[in-house]
Design a protein around this ligand. Structure first.
Ligand code: AMP
Length: 216
């Protein structure tokens, strides 16, 4: 089963992708995570990624398509994958179609997570994660049970993304509207797009996604 989660930054794509990964044995393919790793590599490309990401802009399409293509070829993706943060432009969506058909693969569902954008800024600006296990938290909405200690692994070190601030978030939202939202009709026309209410609770959103996934 191969799925795309679509929605603006902060819609909850990463949270839901992790749940689908755990429940269905699918692999979460987050281009944002891949690029954050590249950023720390010290390479020239990593430095370029840092500059573009910290400004809330997008990396070049060819690079992103190649990055995803190589990752899909790895053996763990055989059971299926969830694309989280890709495609983000029409050329990426078209490139993905071509790539999947060359590999003899297909998309099962494209799920749009519809959200209230004013709420997104508050969601994104307060979020942080455990450095050790990646569990996500929020200053107001999801604090660890014991302050400063990760509920999941007991870790005590946390980090915040450089681009999770109000100013960059405005640019990321504008980028979403200009470059990513136009791919929604592309998938609607193909008959694979399903829309869910991303403002519901995390568990309710998971329930909505489960209800529309094809039976496997
Ligand atoms: P995300 O973690 O999905 O919010 O992505 C963080 C940042 O990484 C984005 O704001 C972009 O700068 C970059 N990025 C992630 N995925 C893509 C993509 N598919 N195409 C271009 N840039 C991307």
């Amino acid at each position: 089963m191969n799925i795309i989660l679509l929605g603006p930054p902060g819609a909850g794509k990463g949270t839901q992708a992790k749940r689908l990964q755990d429940k269905h044995g699918l692999v979460q393919l987050s281009t944002g995570d891949m690029l954050r790793e590249l950023k720390t590599s010290g390479s020239k490309l990593g430095d370029q990624a840092k500059e573009i990401m910290d400004a809330g802009m997008l990396m070049p399409d060819d690079l992103m398509i190649e990055m995803i293509s190589q990752r899909i070829d790895e053996p763990d993706c055989k059971t299926g994958f969830i694309l989280d943060g890709f495609p983000r432009t029409t050329p990426q969506a078209e490139g993905l179609d071509k790539m999947l058909s060359n590999k003899g693969l297909k998309l099962d569902s494209v799920i749009e997570m519809k959200v209230d954008e004013q709420a997104l800024i508050k969601r994104v600006v307060g979020r942080y994660s455990c450095v050790n296990c990646g569990a996500g938290y929020h200053d107001s909405f999801q604090k660890p049970a014991r302050e400063g200690i990760c509920d999941n692994c007991g870790g005590t070190e946390f980090s915040r993304r450089a681009d999770d601030n109000a100013e960059t978030m405005q640019t990321r939202l504008a980028t979403y509207h200009e470059q990513t939202a136009p791919i929604l009709p592309y998938y609607r026309d193909k008959g694979v797009l399903k829309t869910i209410d991303g403002m519901a609770s995390i568990d309710e959103v998971t329930g909505q996604i489960e209800a529309i996934l094809p039976a496997v």
